[in-house]
Design a binder for this molecule. Sequence first.
Ligand code: HEM
Length: 549
Amino acid sequence: MSPILKTACEFTWACSSDRSCVAGAIGGVVTALLFCKVVYDIYVYPRYISPLRNVPGPPLGHPIYGQFLKIINGEAGIPQREWVKQYGPVVRVVGPIGIERVIFLKPEALHKVLVADWVEYPRPAFVRKVLGVVTGNGLLTVTGNEHKQMRKAMNPAFSIPNLMAQSDMYYGPIGGLIDILRTEVDSEKDRNDGKVLLMYEWLSKVTLDIICETAFGYQTDSLHNPDNELAEAYHKLTSLQTGPNMARFIAILSMPGAMKMFHSEWVYNYRHWFDKFEVTRHLSVMLESMRRVRKVSATMLQDKLRDSAVPISDSETKRDIMSILVRARKADLDSQAGGYAMSDEAMMDQVLTFLGAGHETTASGLAWTLWLLAKDPKSQQKLREEVTALYAETSRPGYRALKDLQWLECVVQESLRLMPPVPMTFRKAGKTDYIDGVLVPEGTLFYIPIRVVNTWKEVWGEDAEEFNPSRWLNLPPNYNPIFSSLSFLAGPHGCIGKTMAIVEMKAILSALIANFEFEPAYPGQIAHPTAAITMKPEDNLPLRVRRVK
Ligand code: HEM
């Protein structure tokens, strides 16, 4: 028994006749027990008890935070990459209050966690809570059977024939973007010098307009409207994405009742109180932005529900994702077969999910592609030649035409490999089991280190951390088509919008490269990724843009 606990017990015994003394003694015992628990969790368990204690990894680190400060203050995925280089493909890292996390890199281990036993390795509660605040109770937050049903209901809307029919919808916003950039570049006195533009901001707008059109049949036109409510709200939300902000947010969400608080009218009305404290300052901006996103989303959903009288088999009808889902739901309800029919509330959460998951990810992917091409003029020129030839044939290349461009495919795959918009995700063990020869206890957290997997030298060779699109013409012998480049993850929770995102990226990129040349904004420019859920460029990516001669 610890000395503190012993003293507390003796004290209780000695004072048991006196009431206040008993209360004090109980308090003492509780404090002592808590103290012992903390010492056990932070000091004893990770050092002497945990089955993971002999797995290689960095030192336990700070007595309270472990390696957490290094992770949240570092570039997304980079501390993990350094540890893998030093300790190998299985790593244990101790986080705050002694909580252990493991990293597995080998395809067999990833297959078990993400594919074979996926139900037993769900997203941990803290990830679902963070995502849930922004995206509601949709595909990103549900697990197990509920997820299976929801995903089954959604899959047809993301089918290849539907995506083929949709790709023409991209060209309204893309045409708008090209015109705006031309006007911006031409406004410069010396056109040969080009103009420095914050490319991420423009890409964020064009992808928002495209997702609203393809997912909801809704014309946002944030490109031409600087005060657009939805664009402004997302701009504010993404600006909050820093490692320390995420850490604070997770800590707040872990408190009992926190999720209710986020949806409470009362808390919303008094949100300015959050501004008074450093730790909660970002919450009022967040509540305000989420309110706006929900308001616009509700309008979009109402429009869809009004449309639902259109028959499902009519191929001439609207092809946006929500129209398809609404019609499928109606068919389910009409048939009374007892299938899975989403409630209005669930439909609303899908709107939030597609907006949250499908806009900023694609914008970040495109921004990093432009950055990498700006630093590699040869690859950029080679791409220009390829896409110019395509544009000579058609001004609105569709799914097939874009798919057939070999260098475009290499550039997009290489950029997504090197700078994955989602650099990392998490899972939690729902059972105790061996993975890659290591006994992983129930409750253990997994880093799924997408950026580390994508740049693992064992697979990609010594130049794994460099941009080299031609590697996709001759893939390395250890390449695994599912687990060597994990940017969209794999298995039943893998990205449902993968094909859509790739086609959209290709359509936007080819139009940009056919019309403009991109260069770093100034010599020695370095682009820093934010360390949060998605990896956008911290400074919104200033690039020098010129018209193609
Ligand atoms: C370049 C763009 C994109 C990237 C890199 C990306 C990446 C990812 C990743 C890594 C996940 C798994 C997250 C996890 O399990 O923790 C995911 C899931 C998801 N993504 Fe994407 N995504 C992109 C675009 C899109 C688009 C355009 C949409 C929809 C219109 C979308 C919708 C979703 C949804 C709904 C999920 C949850 C899937 C499930 O759990 O069943 N994503 N995405």
